[in-house]
Design a protein around this ligand. Structure first.
Ligand code: NAD
Length: 353
């Protein structure tokens, strides 16, 4: 599809492109929407096959950020940047620093419309290099006043979303004795397991990393299963915290839970799997609404970091999830569609679908 048609489909927006032969920087900044405020979203470093693929990725990811910021009632639009990784770029060193310096100069010329942060492939050191040339960067060195690792905040937000889903599904104000299966106990999944264990939930966990699993068994008394067996666990709630597209034609018929609520981005392989979950009477907490704790935390940094305030704001994910799930019940619609409609009503005055 033509790129402008693709951009139209996603309701864009602006796309900025920088080529800097001196440093090897080839970067794209996609600003999806500025209705609610400056666009916020991380910088991805990836070896793309060509510039078309890089631009498409930036557009798709930036739209996702708009929806996440909007559903979380943040005063921000969505943006994303991608840097086409030179094949021989080192993980650290002067050449890399110069590349990110150049990226910093690039986004400094965008009139404050785009704020960047760490993402897949980029590091705190890279953000420090960006910061040498612009203030439009978050998630740099925590010792210089940045908010640091977002995953505990993401996990806290997911926990609040799980509490909301438990309220809507079972009318419960606590998680005592609920059986929760967690797929992936890395950065977010581990912190989530800790929170849920403290609240009295019974845990079954899986991960391809045996050490990560053992840590949860030892610290939280979790039961463990093999990675592929997680879909068959007879549990109350399934919390995906690893891979995208894990709700699909193969896994869906196997699920024995009443609720799906976890941190993973893009959990549904396709939108129609949201319909299928509803048909099976499985409540689904839309991924971009429940996993916004990290974004809420980093957006707080933009206004002067205050961890307590950030936590208070992330706690409101509870209200967001209740609003979505109750409207889905009332209107007899899949919750992923309802979340999109809430966003589109706020941004465009009416739903697009
Ligand atoms: P992570 O890499 O720290 O953890 C992911 C874990 O999943 C790892 O322990 C990995 O071994 C495990 N895993 C990989 N493949 C697996 C499989 N087939 N079966 C079971 N486990 C598997 O990542 P993270 O930061 O914890 O993020 C988890 C998910 O949440 C990702 O989808 C991410 O995009 C999303 N997310 C994270 C944040 C954040 O703040 N880190 C914010 C929003 C969304």
């Amino acid at each position: 599809m033509d790129l402008f048609d693709f951009a139209d489909d996603l309701h864009f927006g602006e796309v900025h492109i920088k080529n800097d032969p001196d440093t090897g920087l080839r970067a794209i900044v996609a600003v999806h929407d500025l209705t609610l405020g400056p666009a916020i979203g991380g910088c991805r470093l990836h070896q793309y096959p060509n510039s078309n693929a890089a631009i498409r990725d930036a557009l798709r990811l930036a739209k996702g950020m708009s929806y996440k910021a909007c559903i979380s009632k943040l005063p921000h639009g969505g943006g994303k940047s991608v840097i086409m990784r030179p094949p021989d770029l080192e993980e650290t060193g002067e050449r890399r620093r110069k590349l990110f310096n150049s990226f910093g100069r690039f986004i400094d010329h965008l009139d404050g419309n785009y704020i960047t942060a760490e993402d897949v492939g980029t590091s705190v050191d890279d953000m420090n290099a960006v910061r040498e040339y612009t203030d439009q960067v978050l998630g740099f060195d925590p010792e210089s006043g940045s908010s640091g690792d977002p995953s505990p905040f993401t996990a806290f937000g997911v926990r609040r979303g799980i509490e909301a889903a438990a309220y809507v599904r079972w009318g419960r104000d606590d998680l005592e004795g609920l059986h929760i299966a967690i797929q992936g106990v890395g950065s977010v999944g581990y912190h989530l397991a800790e929170e849920l264990h403290e609240l009295g939930a019974t845990l079954t966990v899986t991960d391809v990393n045996d050490e990560a699993v053992q840590r949860c068994v030892d610290e939280f008394g979790a039961r463990s299963v093999a990675p592929d067996a997680i879909y068959d666990v007879d549990c109350d709630l399934f919390a995906p915290c690893a891979l995208g597209a894990i709700i699909n034609d193969d896994t869906l018929p196997r699920l024995k839970c009443e609720v799906v609520a976890g941190a993973t981005n893009n959990q549904l392989a396709e939108a129609r799997h949201g319909v299928a979950l509803r048909e099976r009477d499985i409540l689904y907490a839309p991924d971009y609404a429940i996993n916004a704790g990290g974004l809420i935390n980093v957006a707080q940094e933009y206004r002067g970091y205050d961890a307590q305030l950030a936590r208070k704001k992330a706690s409101r994910i509870y209200d967001t999830i209740v609003e979505i799930l109750e409207r889905a019940e009332r209107e007899n619609l899949p919750s992923n569609l309802v979340a999109n409609r809430i966003v589109e009503e706020r941004l465009y005055g009416q739903p697009l679908q």
